[in-house]
Design a protein around this ligand. Structure first.
Ligand code: NDP
Length: 322
């Protein structure tokens, strides 16, 4: 028997329904997996609420890990019993799932299936932002918001691996400790300190080369104010709400660059995706990257996981376990 979390109409936490569904079959180019854990990501809440629209009804989630139990036609690089992680398999909040082989990545022996479920989406996002959107190097100074969150804390670690100076912002003192333990050089608690004032006190005015902003509406303007001339604003999420429209003239006084990137375009080929996955799992294997699972909920309680994420009470990764 297969169970999944589905949405019939977008809305609040209560639209996440635990339902019995048909057992998946391995169609051409697909494998069926027994799911170990599904990763919870902010984008799942945008789908649930309708901010990002999906055809209804839909299965929630896109990321997870598990063990292959069936193989479809046309697949020669996976076998029954293989441990895989994936990103890009719709309906990943499920006990069993059909996963496109093109979305599957091998889980290294040393990695637990829980860590494997926690890594693909946030790990590869942190990776593309710090290595491709604005490739950090020695001497660069970046500002990372929500730095104790799933994506943010990985980004702090990757920025340090690339030699950058990291200014981190967080919403509580407990989160400040988590940002510091990830390697952040300066940490601002923007619930108790004005963000612009806090960052300027730490590093000076107009002194940030790149802002990585997954918080959105609440932090966007402050980020522009803090950037150095010719700095880059990478606004990649809407945790506090979407950023309102701006005119290009807003960017003129400091000749700023503005980008609104998304993961899919940075793992558009298998080669690009594998390169990122291999580097991330390599760092994890060598003790250079800590993937921190902060919260685990039973799959049937997906609504509680969404409530926790949206109420800013989580740190690190949230998993739903089967
Ligand atoms: P997080 O674990 O970072 O959780 C969100 C955090 O955002 C909160 O813990 C909180 O941290 C901060 N936040 C600030 N204001 C609010 C608010 N009003 N409501 C809720 N949270 C708030 O989540 P994820 O790592 O899953 O995602 C982080 C962001 O990255 C999201 O916006 C997501 O959409 C985006 N993202 C974008 C991708 C892309 O490719 N474009 C891919 C992956 C994620 P604090 O209390 O410290 O402020």
């Amino acid at each position: 028997m297969t169970h999944a979390i589905q949405v019939r109409n977008p809305g609040g936490y209560d639209v996440l329904e635990w339902v019995e569904v048909d057992d998946p079959v391995a169609g051409p180019g697909h494998v069926v997996v027994d799911v170990h854990a599904a990763g919870v990501n902010f984008i799942d809440t945008y789908h649930r609420s309708g901010l990002y629209e999906l055809p209804l009804p839909f299965g929630v989630g896109s990321e997870g890990s598990g063990t292959v139990t069936e193989i479809g036609d046309g697949i020669d690089n996976l076998a029954i019993g293989d441990r895989i992680a994936w990103v890009g398999a719709p309906g990943s909040y499920a006990t069993r799932l059909s996963v496109p082989a093109s979305a599957a990545m091998p889980v290294p022996q040393e990695m637990t299936l829980s860590h494997a479920a926690a890594t693909p989406l946030q790990g590869m996002t942190a990776h593309y932002l710090t290595t491709s959107t604005y490739p950090l190097g020695d001497g660069d100074r970046c500002l990372i918001h929500a730095a104790a969150g799933g994506t943010g804390r990985l980004m702090v670690q990757m920025a340090k691996l690339r030699g950058a100076e990291v200014v981190a912002s967080v919403g509580t003192d407990e989160k400040a400790e988590l940002a510091r333990s990830a390697g952040a050089d300066h940490v601002i608690n923007y619930s108790t300190t004005d963000l612009v004032e806090g960052v300027e006190n730490a590093v000076g005015k107009n002194a940030i080369d790149v802002v990585y902003d997954g918080v959105g509406a609440a932090t966007f303007d402050a980020g522009l104010e803090l950037l150095a001339p010719r700095g880059t604003m990478a606004t990649f999420g809407n945790a506090s709400g979407p950023v309102p429209a701006i005119t290009p003239l807003t960017l003129m006084p400091k000749s700023l660059f503005l980008t609104r990137p998304k993961l899919g375009d940075y793992i558009a080929t298998t080669e690009a995706r594998d390169e990122r996955w291999n580097e991330i799992t390599g760092w994890a294997r060598n003790g250079l990257l800590e993937v921190r699972v902060g919260h685990t909920f039973p799959l049937a309680d997906a609504g509680e996981a969404h409530r926790a994420l949206e109420s800013r009470s989580t740190t690190g990764k949230i998993l739903l376990t089967v």
